[in-house]
Design a protein around this ligand. Structure first.
Ligand SMILES: *Cc1c(COP(=O)(O)O)cnc(C)c1O
Length: 421
């Protein structure tokens, strides 16, 4: 079910015409669908039905308060990777016992605030981090529930910048050293070793790497139990990919992924957590921009948009593909045009697509980048003093601005002038 469809010749998000939002909010902006967010969460939740489980949304994918609240209300926990994300999750009303703290470099301050505010577990990634948490937990007179993130050394077969489960990556501890590290963790005061964590990468389009990783986690569970550890929770990470084009082979479905989890770790009797980010938010959002100019170059035409790499960095950073479609439905049978699609930022890297075939559009028309809900707005910056791109949430017939576009004055007044100037 797609909640971004043409209706009466216009692109809609649920029951709201995108052109109507653009007229009120201006462009560019991100537009999310509540129904899609909820549906994607439920796909995972249902896929694990019958197992003791919690779906912890990896909020780094899209962390607006309204998105977090939407997901928390249908039962999501949160996976956070910084003190700021922890504070955001708490501000959105997520209780500490539903928040998992991941990340390779948690600071002592971050650990302290999560221990004081309440936390479901820390996923620890190194021995120094274990020792730091032990110290802080002791100082506060509490016991911190922990898992250790193991690096299973499997090839996630995804883009190098989002693969995390190979031995050369910075994440986790090598699985071969796990027994030794668990022995040290168990001996440290202030830590309660409750489980194992693994996360091998993002935008995985096959199940096989998950299978290899989860089989290794299952073996490790039995080994650690034999060593005397009470392993009762498995955090299996996120990473399930999404279709970024309509033509490509579709990635595995959450139901198939859930089945794989049952097959690989179901017999262990552990509580299971998963941390999907992209699959929940990715196809729940579009970036809407306006064509500023259509410019003819040497043997090519440039579509110059008012959205840029600072608003959506995925194409520049990961060579990512986004389908780009006109907001006014093209007439059936209309011949396609070929464009280099770029933003106005002063970098050649500010190119969204080269030689892209799409329906012809003209100056002033709106176009939408599909699949932009994850790792879109959260990675936006104000480079070139372009205002931070606003966000809009649609729910049925209603829409609301959930992050407003800052004014130039607001942006400028964040700077302060030292007294000597
Ligand atoms: C980024 C991340 C996720 C989410 O990955 P997706 O590909 O968005 O599902 C989950 N867990 C951890 C530890 C991460 O770093």
């Amino acid at each position: 079910m797609d909640h971004f469809l043409y209706r009466d010749g216009q692109l809609y998000t649920e029951d709201v015409a995108i052109a109507e939002i653009a007229a009120e909010v201006g462009t560019p902006f991100y537009c999310y669908s509540t129904a899609t967010l909820e549906r994607h969460f439920r796909l995972f939740d249902d896929a694990l039905e019958g197992m003791d489980h919690l779906v912890c949304y990896a909020m780094k994918a899209a962390s607006n308060q309204a998105i977090l609240k939407t997901l928390a209300q249908v039962g999501a926990g949160m996976d956070v990777v910084s003190g700021g994300e922890y504070a955001r999750a708490r501000a959105a009303g997520v209780p500490g016992e539903r928040i998992v703290f991941s990340g390779v470099g948690k600071t002592r301050e971050e650990m302290r605030s999560a221990l004081e505010g309440g936390i479901r577990q820390f996923n620890l990634e190194s021995e120094p981090e274990m020792r730091a948490l032990s110290e802080i937990a002791q100082t506060l007179g509490v016991v911190a529930p922990v898992t250790v993130r193991v690096n299973p050394d499997v090839d996630a077969k995804t883009h190098a910048k989002i693969a995390t489960g190979k031995s050369e990556n910075k994440f986790g501890i090598p699985i071969a050293r796990a027994r030794e590290v668990y022995a040290e963790a168990a001996a440290l005061p202030g830590l309660d070793v409750i489980g194992i964590d693994v996360h091998i990468g993002s935008q995985l389009t096959e199940l096989e790497p998950f299978r290899l990783a989860y089989e290794k986690v299952a073996d490790l569970t039995e080994m650690l139990r034999a060593d005397g550890h009470d392993i009762r929770r498995l955090d299996l990470g996120g990473g399930l990919g999404i279709p970024y084009t309509r033509s490509n082979d579709a990635p595995p479905l959450p139901t198939e992924y859930g089945q794989l989890i049952r097959e690989t770790v179901g017999h262990l009797g552990c509580e299971v957590e998963i941390e999907p980010g992209r699959l929940i938010a990715g196809n729940a959002g579009v970036l809407v921009t306006k064509v500023i100019y259509v410019k003819s170059g040497e043997g090519r035409e440039f579509l110059i948009l008012d959205g840029a790499m600072n608003d959506l960095i995925r194409p520049a950073m990961y060579e990512a593909h986004h389908d780009i479609i006109p907001v006014v439905e093209p007439a059936p049978g209309l011949a396609k045009a070929t464009y280099d699609i770029v933003g106005p930022v002063c970098e050649s890297g500010d190119t969204f697509a080269k030689e892209r075939e799409m329906p012809p559009v003209s100056e002033g028309e709106l176009v939408a980048f599909r699949s932009a809900g994850a790792y879109g707005a959260v990675m936006a910056s104000e480079y070139n003093t372009r205002p931070l791109v606003p966000e809009v949430l649609v729910n049925g017939h209603q829409f609301a601005v959930i992050r407003a576009r800052p004014t130039f004055d607001e942006m400028i007044n964040r700077d302060t002038i030292p007294e000597w100037l």
